[in-house]
Every structure is written in structure tokens, then in C-alpha cells.
Design a binder for this molecule. Sequence first.
Ligand code: ADP
Ligand code: TRP
Length: 324
Amino acid sequence: MARILTGVQSTGIPHLGNMLGAIIPAIQMAENSNNESYLFIADLHSLTQIKDPKELKYNTLTTAAAWLACGLDTSKTVFYRQSDVCQTTELSWYLQCFFPYQRLTLAHSFKDKSNTVEQVNSGLFNYPLLMAADILLYDADIVPVGKDQIQHIEITRDVANRLNHQMGSTLIIPEARVVKDKQIVPGIDGQKMSKSKKNIISVFEGTKTLQKQIMSIKTDSKGVNEPKDPDNCTVFNLYSLVENQKEIEALKTQYISGSIGYGDAKKLLSQSLLKKFRKQINRFHYFMNHQEEVESLLQQGSSKARKVANKTLGRVRQKLGYSS
Ligand code: ADP
Ligand code: TRP
């Protein structure tokens, strides 16, 4: 039996990249009864960016609603809020004391923003070790993540090995599981889709918003009847991520033969997304209208998570020489 764990930051309504790259694959893994799964909302990580309590709370709600809408089954999965488990920050402190400062300066999460270093808070600098605590606290074996998070899992393995080496075997060394084919979902500018790049496609924000986002996908300026290169087109790439083989081949033929314009291809993509995610969209609205149900599910999950967290932390505290 493998223990699967993953988290998603609550920095906004999850977008298509989050859904295809993280949420849906994690839920599929959780469906496998050989696995035990832990899925959580990383709202402590969000504090590195968001300082507005209302926004923080709202983002947690929309994130939870999106996970539930995508089919997360709370009877099979421990579904919780990171900030409800204060054991995480305690373990993170211990890990910080076992990890060289210099190595953290090389982490992408920090390096990407270090040219605006005056805006970088210490939380952002220590971000990878909070994530390491998220994982190590639950003795996770497998962590499904997008490609961009691999370095964080390497840091997690590294710090766990360092602590184990000095204190004797204490922590389980986890492995990253990167989703094949859907590794990086492109945004409307063709770059990796990301909330921070404002290039997202969101199925949960209403049909009009979705259509507007899709209509603004950047393409080259080829006319309707000109042959087009499907492999270098974000509209086609996105279509290939959500459609079945027959539909993909049909659109490919139209691209190559110059029998479809980008406007129509975009319409096809909108229709395809709305059809594929109709059930999830309806469920999302249901949960947004039943917030007390979401809150209660999270509290039940957090209570289960704390029990497991206390056990691991007890083990670590004992090894370090603290009362356990
Ligand atoms: P964002 O970059 O929009 O802030 P997060 O950092 O909150 O997204 O990512 C949450 C999860 O979704 C992570 O596992 C991440 O790897 C995955 N993810 C985010 N964007 C994409 C993408 N464009 N393609 C594939 N997976 C993604
Ligand atoms: N840093 C991850 C992201 O931005 C979110 C996250 C926090 C996470 N803790 C985690 C993912 C633990 C997997 C495991 O996507």
C-alpha cells in the first residue's frame, strides 16, 4: 500500500493547468484502493503572497470546491486544510535546522523572484521546507506534482536524508510522480499556465469568461484557408489535452489542409471544455452555494490529518531530544 500525498496552493480558483496537471491525476490515484491518499489545500504557502484574510479564506473555499467538484471522495481520501495542522510549522522549523541556507538560495521558487529581492519575505525563502514538512509529516511515499515542483521534492528527499543520517532512520523518503503527457499545460500566451502569469483558462468562472480567455489565445496570423502547424499552436495543444484521439486527428487534418481558421478552432476548444467539464462545473456551483458543507468536510479531514501528524512529530521530537 502506497501513501499518496499532494497539495494545491489556495491562490485563486484552480485553472485548467491545476486540474489536468495536479487535481485530476491525484484524484485518479486516490481511486486506486491499493493507495491511501492525502490531499490538502496549502493555505499556509499562500500567505507568502496573500495578506488579505477575506481573500485567503475565499481562495480556500474555491480551491476546496474545485477539488470536490473534480470528484474527490472524502471517504477515501484525507482531505484537509494545511493551516488546521499546526504540527506542519513545527516540523518545518526542525527541517530548517537540518538544511544548508546556501541550498535554499538555489531553489527556483526563490531564485525566480530574487531580482525583486526586497519584496521576498523569509516565508517565500523557506517555502520548500514548509512543503517538505507537508510531505514528511504524513510519511508519504508518492507525491504527484507538475514538473515545476520536482525541485521541491528533491529538497524534501535531501533534508529527510540529512535528518535520518544524523539522527537515525526517522523520516520516509518520498518520490515525485510527474504526470506524463500532461506535464505542462500552456496558457493563453503559450507559456506555462499559471495564476501569477495571468494567462489562465478557467472552466469554473462562467462560460463567458472561458470563451473570452480562449478567444485571446495567441496564434500566428495565418488566414482561414492557409495550412497551419498543429504542433506549434496553443489552441491545438490544449484541444489535444482534453479531446479523444478521433477528434484530435480530425482537427489536425483541418489544420494541415487549411480548412479551419483559428476563430473556429477556438470555438471548438471552448465547446470541448464546456462539454468535458459540465459535471464538474455544476458541482462547483453546488459547493459554492453550500459553504457550510465544504467547511464541515475540511474539518473532519483536518482532524484525521492531525492524528497522523502527531504520531510522526512525536517520533521526530523524541529523536531530537524534545519531550514527545
Ligand atoms: P500556479 O502556477 O497557477 O500558481 P500552483 O503553483 O498553485 O499553480 O500549482 C498547483 C499544482 O498544479 C502543482 O502540482 C502544479 O505543478 C500544477 N500545475 C500548475 N500549473 C500547471 C500547468 N500549467 N500545467 C501542469 N500542471 C500545473
Ligand atoms: N508548492 C506546491 C505548488 O505550488 C503546493 C504544495 C505545497 C504541495 N505543499 C505541497 C504539493 C506538498 C505537493 C506536496 O504547487
